[in-house]
Design a protein around this ligand. Structure first.
Ligand code: NAP
Length: 222
């Protein structure tokens, strides 16, 4: 059974990707900070006849990532990594607290790099492995009141494009996925930034399009 590790799998897009990939027969390793959210997803997958295992960690903390990865790799062969976890705080730059700025950089940039760097030797050691980085249209152009979030997504776009070149001769593919707004708990941190999040696309719809169109290409626009 092929195994996919998904970060931020306790809600939103990560949860939908987990549920839908599990329905396709993949074993899902669910990663996030809140164990309860992960085990809720895990229970839903198991109820649907699928297989999933939860690992609570803060991906921005390299010690936690390295410790958990060592434990995970004793039991599992991972074929796909989906770097999906992300946080956003919005408003004029001066309105953001230093803590909010740190959290965005810690999760969106450092976390994505930590997980990728730690799992890469394992992925490179196996044939046809895949890395998918969930970016955003925020990684394509600047937006008012989104300066630090956009900076993080540009960073991950640069990280992804560079890894694609670095791993060109390997059997590990790297894909940047770009999408617009989704109706997820992501916006709970941003009261007022989006007028009516229920008008955005559902994570279910985005996950299903990603899964049907993903084939290890360099870029996927959803
Ligand atoms: N919603 C949108 O409109 C939209 C549009 C384009 C792109 N995106 C991107 O899509 C991805 C998924 O977002 P979403 O909309 O599904 O939001 P979401 O429901 O808030 O999901 C993000 C997940 O990341 C986890 N997470 C946050 N910080 C973490 C950390 N340090 N370590 C481990 N897990 C962490 C959260 O769980 P815990 O808090 O329990 O850790 C949460 O389950 C993000 O990269 C986001 O930037 C979102």
């Amino acid at each position: 059974m092929e195994t996919i590790l998904i970060t931020g799998a306790g809600s939103g897009l990560g949860k939908e990707l987990a549920l839908q990939y599990a329905n396709k027969g993949y074993h899902i390793l669910l990663v996030g900070r809140t164990l309860e959210k992960l085990t809720d997803t895990e229970k839903e997958i198991i109820t649907n006849g699928g297989k999933a295992t939860s690992f609570a960690m803060d991906i921005g903390d390299i010690d936690q990532v390295e410790k958990w990865t060592a434990t995970i790799l004793k039991k599992h062969k991972i074929t796909h990594l989906i770097n999906n976890a992300g946080v956003g705080y919005f408003g004029p730059l001066t309105s953001l607290t230093n803590r909010q700025v740190d959290e965005m950089i810690h999760t969106n940039i450092t976390g994505t790099i930590n997980v990728t760097k730690t799992l890469l030797p394992h992925l490179l050691a196996h044939p046809n492995t895949k890395i998918m980085n969930i970016i955003s249209t925020a990684g394509q152009k600047g937006k008012v009141n989104e300066s630090v979030y956009v900076a993080c997504k540009y960073a991950i776009r640069g990280f992804t494009e560079s890894l694609i070149k670095e791993l060109e001769a390997s059997s590990t593919s790297v894909t940047a996925v770009y999408m617009g707004g989704m109706d997820t708990p992501f916006w709970n941190n941003a009261p007022g930034h989006i007028k009516d999040k229920s008008r955005l696309r559902t994570p279910k719809d985005i996950a299903s399009t990603i899964i049907s169109e993903f084939n290890g290409q360099a870029e996927l626009f959803v």
